[in-house]
Structure formats: C-alpha cells, structure tokens
Design a protein around this ligand. Structure first.
Ligand SMILES: NC(=O)c1ccc[n+]([C@@H]2O[C@H](COP(=O)([O-])OP(=O)(O)OC[C@H]3O[C@@H](n4cnc5c(N)ncnc54)[C@H](OP(=O)(O)O)[C@@H]3O)[C@@H](O)[C@H]2O)c1
Length: 274
C-alpha cells in the first residue's frame, strides 16, 4: 500500500487539531475528523474532510488515528470506550504531556494490541506545515518510518528514540525554555512600559537583536550544574540581578512577572559560592 494514501483520522479539533487536519488536506491526504463538541470542523469539511460522530467511528474510518486533545486525561477519556476498535491498528498521540504519561499510555495501548507512537509538536497552529515546523516522535523505529511518510505534511518528522517517553520529555523541556524566554520578554516590555519607554522601538531596536545575539550562547551554556564560565562572572551577575529585581519592584511591575530573575539569581549565587 502507498503510505501516502493511508486514511488518517484526527481526534480533536482545537486550534492545533484543525491546523493538523488542514495541512494534511492541503497535501491531498484522506482525512476524517472527530471532536467531542460537534460542529467544529468548519471549512475542513468543504476542503474534503469527513466528520465522524464518535471516536469509534473515527477510528474505523482511518488506517492511522492521531489524537490531539487537551491533555493526557482527555486522551484516556476519549479512547477508553473505543480502544477495542484500535486493536491491531496504530495511534499517534500528539497531545502534550509528561514522559511518564506517555510511557503509561504506551503500556495501556500495548495491552490492547495497539501500535503506538508518542509525539510532541514543535510548532504553533500558524506554523504547522511550514518549513520551521518539526514533530518529535518516539516509539518503534519502523513504525516511525511508516508514520513519518504519512504525517510529513504537518512538520518535519524527527525520531527522538525507542523510549515512548522521549518525545514528551524533549517537548516539555523545550517548552520550559520557551516559556522562560517568553516570561523574560514580557517582563522586559513591562519594565520599559512602566518607566515610560517606547515599547515598539525597544522591541525592534534592542530586544530582538539582543535575543538573537544571546540565544546561541544561552543554548550552548545551559548546564545541569550551576557552572558559569569565568568570563560571565556569577558574582557580578548576581549583583546585577538584585539591581534588576529592585528596579522592577520600584517600577511597580508585579513580582510574579519577575520569577525568571529569581531563578537566575538563585543559580548565580550557587555558582558564585562554587
Ligand atoms: N496550540 C498550540 O500552540 C500548541 C502547540 C504545540 C502543542 N499543542 C498541544 O496540542 C494539544 C491541543 O492543543 P489545542 O491548541 O488544539 O487546544 P484547544 O484549542 O484548547 O483544544 C482542546 C481540544 O481538546 C478537546 N478536549 C478537551 N477535553 C476533552 C475531553 N475530556 N475529551 C475529549 N476531548 C477533549 C477539546 O474538545 P472540545 O472542543 O469539545 O472542548 C478540543 O478539541 C494540547 O496538548 C497542546 O498542548 C498546542
């Protein structure tokens, strides 16, 4: 069978599920969709998707079932009544969760004779199907090879390893880094705004080039030990962070926005203490 012609069923039509379905339809794939709350298929139906009235019927309509629901609990809830229909078939779970949840789900599905790949989507809905998008998968390599050929249009497939928890682990860790940067950028803008600065000018002329310059250094220097190379003098950085926290409080920026500075201060103090 030509893998590209496998029928794909997507469980979940939130903003990500809709983007996945849209990218697969654009690539000419055969797509059936299901959502807990009906009526969310919108223009996907006009673009060629079919809507299944239940999870069981969606599973029956596909050679490959893809789940993209809110969280692990919602995947369990949706699959529980229909899992016998998946026996002998394949489920790809692109719902975010922890590595432990992915391993537990893999064990449960194995008991039901379901082939399983866990995944993590390294994209946001508007970038699904674009060059930068990539999808982490973990599980059996030969299953990944088959699924990669079918789901390639949603984002570049990247195999994270045999351990079903690997994709979730890398996904959660990468999201942690992204949220840290996002919190930092929000705090930066809040400071500029609170002190009467021009936020747009700051973003354009300072924040973006500064983030671009420092991003590779941050990634290369990330370390489980609180080791800071000599040229980045941790005692000096701790002093700078204390000044920034004091300025942030004086400017009236809520303390909750400055949590990333406290995390860095903690690490710099430990590094300085040797
Ligand atoms: N959006 C992003 O930028 C992004 C990026 C990477 C990864 N992800 C991951 O992709 C997954 C989906 O995200 P999303 O943006 O599509 O979220 P969303 O827009 O909030 O949609 C959530 C989906 O989960 C369904 N759902 C929730 N609880 C359920 C339950 N108990 N049983 C069955 N279905 C249930 C919802 O159905 P109803 O319509 O019936 O409520 C809806 O289809 C999440 O795990 C998210 O972390 C999202």
């Amino acid at each position: 069978m030509n893998m590209r012609h496998e029928r794909i069923s997507i469980l979940g039509l939130g903003s990500m599920g809709r983007a996945l379905a849209g990218a697969l339809l654009d690539a000419g794939r055969d797509v059936t969709v299901w959502n807990r709350t009906p009526g969310k298929a919108g223009d996907l139906l006009a673009r060629g998707a079919r809507e299944a009235p239940s999870v069981a019927e969606a599973i029956e309509a596909g050679d490959l079932t893809v789940a993209c629901l809110l969280d692990d609990a919602s995947v369990r809830e949706a699959l529980a009544p229909a899992v016998p229909k998946l026996a002998g078939g394949t489920l790809v779970n692109l719902t975010s969760g922890s590595s432990r949840q992915a391993r537990d789900l893999a064990g449960w599905l194995e008991e039901h004779d379901v082939r399983f790949l866990a995944g993590g989507i390294m994209a946001v809905p508007p970038t699904v199907g674009t060059d930068g998008a990539f999808i982490l998968y973990s599980g059996a390599r030969e299953l990944f090879d088959r699924v990669a050929a079918v789901l390639g249009p949603i984002g570049r497939p990247h195999w994270a390893g045999e351990d079903p928890g690997a994709a979730a682990l890398y996904d959660m860790a990468a999201l942690s880094a992204m949220y840290g940067l996002s919190a930092g950028a929000d705090h930066a803008v809040a400071l500029v705004h609170a002190d009467g600065g021009d936020v747009e000018k700051f973003k354009r002329e300072v924040l973006r080039p500064w983030m671009e310059q420092t991003l590779p250094i941050m990634v290369a220097g990330a370390d489980v030990r609180d080791s800071v190379p000599d040229e980045y003098n941790p005692a000096m950085q701790a002093t700078g962070l204390e000044t920034m926290l004091a300025f942030s409080a004086e400017a009236g920026v809520p303390d909750e926005r400055a949590g990333h500075l406290r995390a860095s201060l903690w690490a710099m103090r430990r590094a300085a203490a040797g």
